[in-house]
Write a protein that binds this ligand. Structure first.
Ligand code: ADP
Length: 492
């Protein structure tokens, strides 16, 4: 129940952000598509207005030119207009060509009052009836120009049919033909005929469609970019959140285990405290009785010896418990690591010699740290005793020291079997032991001493075999005069 609500809490803000980003992507896409259609429509309208203005100018000019250069001279020369006569047709053709030359005019027709083609750029159409568009009468009788876009393709299909075939979009102009427009009342005069001009505007239309694609493409690109950035941001936040939650859970667990350990430590400490004094009495009494017992009484001697040995071991265990359960704050004296190792070797030397264990030391002469020499002695002692116990016979222990920036590095490497790889992660856990008579507190005590000095401990197996305990301690800032220094030396 607790787990599921925690999971929901973890997912809620991010899933909301994800949904929000998807919704915003869709919104941005829709808006940009709508915008692109609006912009494209406005561009199309502008294009049409431009084309219409241009066509209007063209037909007004044509009307003027035809009247000035064809109608007047022809009426004067022949009395009437008869375009079926090749001379007249050629003349009009010349006028039309000179005005429309170089412009995108697809076709030009002139209808007379009977809606018959009086002139066409396609000579074969001359004299044909039935070609006039239905709206011709509006221009003919109403004298109103008309502009119309003729398309062979629905507007929505055009963007998907690029490149467009020539003639897909045309502009048709129907314009009333009048006489001299410079005369007063010329605009109200009846039309003499209708001029039909058809222009191919496919190229311009194609440009508008391409422009529309450009807008859509740009909008798509920018929204996809924005969305990707948003997603990346969410992923990053997700990772940070997940990391923080993991860290919080780890700290919570650590806190719980520390609370458990602290309360257990308090119980253990009070029991150990109660045991320590009677145990001391048992040990000293056994020692006293051992001295007094008759040498001939071997069995009593053995029993007393066992009582003495066990009480010594038990008091060591009780001391371990107390050291771990109630660690004391280290002093901050200037301590020479060499001297501390000397002290440990002095205590363990005979045991090492008996077991044929060689200790080789290689440490710099000035190897000073700020700390508590008794606690450091305890830490080094535990490491060395562990190494000796692991070898269970002849072997060697190498102790190397080096400076690493502002830290002192001390490596203890033995020739034993090394840490069991499957348990190497548990070695620093309190009460973890592989020994029948172990307490599992030796290394945790070492670790707590080293960390209370601001240092670190690492356990490894050396590539050439054997356990490797690496201790890092903060180096003392400077070497005051008169400090005792221990030379690097070899012990046996
Ligand atoms: P204890 O010595 O009471 O078992 P420690 O905390 O000192 O408790 O050690 C825990 C375990 O670590 C030991 O039981 C042993 O398995 C392993 N260990 C410690 N030092 C060494 C070493 N030098 N070589 C191999 N194993 C070791």
């Amino acid at each position: 129940m607790r787990g599921s609500s925690a999971g929901e809490q973890e997912k809620l803000p991010l899933s909301f952000a994800r949904t929000l980003s998807w919704v915003s992507l869709v919104l941005v896409l829709c808006t940009s598509l709508g915008l692109s259609v609006l912009i494209a429509n406005s561009a199309r309208e502008t294009l049409l207005t431009r084309q219409q203005d241009f066509a209007r100018l063209l037909v007004v000019n044509l009307n003027h030119q035809i009247f000035q250069r064809f109608t007047l001279p022809t009426v004067l020369a022949y009395g009437r207009i008869a375009l079926r006569q090749p001379v007249q047709y050629e003349r009009l053709e010349q006028v039309v060509q000179s005005v429309t030359h170089g412009l995108q005019v697809q076709r030009l027709r002139i209808y007379d009052f009977n809606r018959v083609v009086a002139y066409s750029t396609d000579r074969a159409e001359l004299g044909r009836a039935g070609l006039a568009p239905r709206k011709l009468d509006i221009t003919l009788y109403g004298a109103r120009p008309q502009f119309e876009i003729l398309s062979r393709l629905p507007a929505w299909q055009a963007p998907f049919r690029l490149p467009l075939e020539p003639g897909t979009y045309t502009l048709r102009v129907l314009y009333p033909l009048r006489g001299d427009m410079s005369l007063p009342n010329a605009h109200s005069a009846p039309a003499m005929g209708v001029l039909e001009l058809t222009q191919d505007i496919t190229g311009d239309y194609e440009q508008v469609v391409a422009f529309q694609w450009l807008i859509v493409g740009m909008c798509l690109l920018s929204s996809v970019l924005l969305f990707t950035m948003l997603l990346l941001l969410i992923r990053r936040v997700e990772r940070i959140l997940a990391h923080r939650m993991q860290e919080t859970r780890r700290l919570e667990q650590e806190l719980h285990s520390n609370e458990r350990l602290t309360s257990m430590g308090r119980v253990v400490a009070s029991i150990a405290h109660e045991i320590r004094n009677p145990l001391g009495i048992i040990r000293s009494s056994a020692e006293l009785l051992l001295r007094r017992v008759d040498k001939a009484d071997k069995s009593t001697g053995r029993i007393l010896g066992a009582i003495f040995d066990e009480s010594v071991r038990l008091s060591q265990t009780v001391n371990d418990f107390l050291d771990y359960a109630r660690p004391r704050q280290p002093r901050r004296d200037l301590v020479d690591v060499n001297l501390v190792l000397d002290q440990a070797m002095a205590f363990l030397g005979s045991e090492f010699r008996t077991n044929d264990v060689e200790v080789v030391r290689s440490l710099p002469q000035e190897f000073l740290t700020l700390g508590d020499k008794d606690l450091l002695y305890r830490a080094f002692y535990n490491i060395l005793v562990n190494a000796r116990q692991a070898m269970a016979g002849p072997g060697s222990i190498r102790i190397d020291g080096a400076r690493e920036g502002d830290m002192l590095l001390v490596r203890f490497q033995d020739s034993g079997p090394g840490f069991p790889p499957e348990h190497i992660g548990q070695m620093l856990d309190p009460f973890f032991t592989t020994k029948d008579d172990g307490t599992g507190l030796g290394l945790p005590i070492v670790s707590s001493i080293i960390t209370s000095h601001g240092g670190e401990i690492a356990l490894e197996n050396a590539p050439e075999g054997g356990a490797l305990v690496i201790v890092r301690l903060p180096a003392a800032p400077r070497m005051p005069e008169g400090t005792e220094k221990a030379p690097a030396q070899e012990d046996a």
